[in-house]
Design a protein around this ligand. Structure first.
Ligand SMILES: O=C(O)C1=C[C@@H](OP(=O)(O)O)[C@@H](O)[C@H](O)C1
Ligand SMILES: C=C(OP(=O)(O)O)C(=O)O
Length: 441
């Protein structure tokens, strides 16, 4: 008998032989790490970042800030425990070139920082980065006094001609395609001469928890922020000009990257513990406790972390994911294995993420025998008996983890380019097999 050839770029997704029972330590949050790097770089004094995520998106952010003159050094935290980055702010200078890869946080958060530098700062990235919207940031920065050369499409590549300072002031933007437009302007605003007032004028605004995260982290370094959720005007954020403190921050585990492991407990009727799950957090991944409970699991926040247990049943769900769009691929994967149909709504903007996630999920799940249709703002998923095949990932880390979730229950699923998980979780394949063998318990 001849063996099936294994293509080097295809990773045979392991099938679970029984209920998983594992403790999975998840690395730091991408969103927290990249905000913390920006804020620490703009501070008036050095700061520490403990347990930072080291993945493609965060290493690109660190490299970009270094290119502008910021010191980011490897070290152990001030109490001698844990790995840390020491961030030493400095005058921001060009000329410099910044590679954003396909990191939304880098391509959106750094042009405002570059406007504060002196000299030209060129931004470039992966081919997909040219297609992701940046118009909200470009137009707003121009309105606030920055000079930017681009090709007029409202996207990369571009050059920000930093003048060493930015006036700031009032600006209107439509952030319906990405909450990161709002976060980007707020993060640098304490260093604008007049601070900023950002007014969102679009019909909808996705990923509100990520804007809350921006506001919380700004306040934690001493910034004064007025915002809708604490009594401010709807859709208006104001940041006053001020010096920022250098802090000692420990980064929370990335709860969105905990998703595939929680999904494994749900699908196999097993149990997964995620240590250091925060009691309170702005991370959207915290909503998995509610969503995966509705889909059939149960969870308990204990001293050991979040203990999530599957019941052996997986239910479909009708859910608006506009606040937590980045959880959609993992939820779609679980929904494809459920005992009833699902409707995922409120996520039209996912068409502009790492890939067109609505099209990619529809195509890949259907090619395994599934029955998924795209709607104007989401997906209808009717579970079917699935079969093996190649699960293409389109350079999207969350497509790779979504395919791996399906592979737990379906023989013969092969993930194309699993290495793309390095965007936010470089060790994913080893963590996944360790979870299945119970290593690390
Ligand atoms: O600010 C952030 O850290 C993020 C905001 C969200 O972006 P969108 O609002 O563009 O969906 C989210 O999907 C992304 O993964 C991270
Ligand atoms: C949308 C995502 O990333 P980005 O920060 O590149 O927008 C994501 O991680 O799901």
């Amino acid at each position: 008998m001849t063996e099936t050839p294994v293509h080097p770029a295809l990773w045979p997704a392991p099938v679970a032989s029984g209920a998983v029972d594992a403790t999975v330590t998840v690395p730091g949050s991408k969103s927290v790490t990249n905000r913390a790097l920006v804020l620490a770089s703009l501070a008036a004094e050095p700061g520490w970042l403990r347990r930072p995520l080291r993945s493609r998106d965060t290493l690109l952010m660190a490299e970009a800030l270094r290119a502008l003159g910021v010191g980011i050094e490897e070290g152990v935290g001030p109490d001698g425990s844990g790995e840390a980055w020491r961030v030493i702010p400095a005058g921001l200078h060009g000329p410099a070139t910044i590679d954003v890869g396909n990191a939304g946080t880098v391509m959106r958060f750094l042009p405002p920082v570059a406007a504060l530098a002196d000299g030209p700062i060129r931004f470039d990235g992966d081919p997909r980065s040219y297609e992701r919207p940046l118009n909200g940031v470009i137009d707003a920065l121009r309105a606030l006094g920055a000079r930017i050369d681009d090709d007029g499409r409202g996207a990369l590549p571009l050059t920000v001609h930093g003048g060493g300072a930015l006036d700031g002031g009032r600006v209107r933007i439509d952030a319906s395609s990405s909450s990161q437009f709002v976060s980007a302007l707020l993060l640098s605003a304490p260093r604008f001469n007049q601070g900023v007032e950002v007014r969102h004028t679009g019909a909808s605004l996705p990923s509100m928890p990520h804007i809350r995260m921006t506001v919380d982290m700004l306040r934690s370094v001493g910034a004064q922020v007025d915002e809708p959720e604490t009594g401010g005007e709807p859709n208006v954020w104001r940041v006053s000009p001020s010096a920022l403190l250098g802090r000692d921050l420990t980064v929370e585990p990335d709860l969105s990257n905990a998703q595939p492991f929680l999904a494994a407990a749900l699908i196999t009727g097993g149990k997964v513990t995620i240590p250091d799950w925060p009691e309170r957090t702005t991370q959207p991944g915290d909503q998995l406790r509610r969503i995966f409970t509705e889909m059939g699991g149960s969870c308990e926040l204990t001293e050991r972390g979040l203990v999530f247990t599957g019941s052996g049943r997986i239910h479909g769900i009708d859910v608006d994911l506009s606040e937590v769009g980045e959880l959609t691929p993992g939820i779609a994967a679980v929904a494809a294995l459920a005992d009833s149909p699902s409707t995922l709504r409120g996520v039209a903007h996912l068409r502009l993420h790492e890939t067109d996630r609505l099209a990619a999920l529809t195509k890949e799940i259907n090619e395994l025998g599934g029955d998924v249709t795209e709607t104007a703002d989401g997906l209808h998923i009717r579970p079917r008996r699935l079969h093996g095949g190649i699960f293409h990932t389109y350079d999207d880390h969350r497509m790779a983890t979504a395919g791996s979730i399906i592979g737990l229950a379906v023989e013969g699923v092969q993930i194309e380019n699993v290495a793309t998980t390095a965007k936010t979780l470089p060790d994913f394949p080893r963590m996944w097999t360790d979870m299945l063998t119970g290593a690390g318990n």
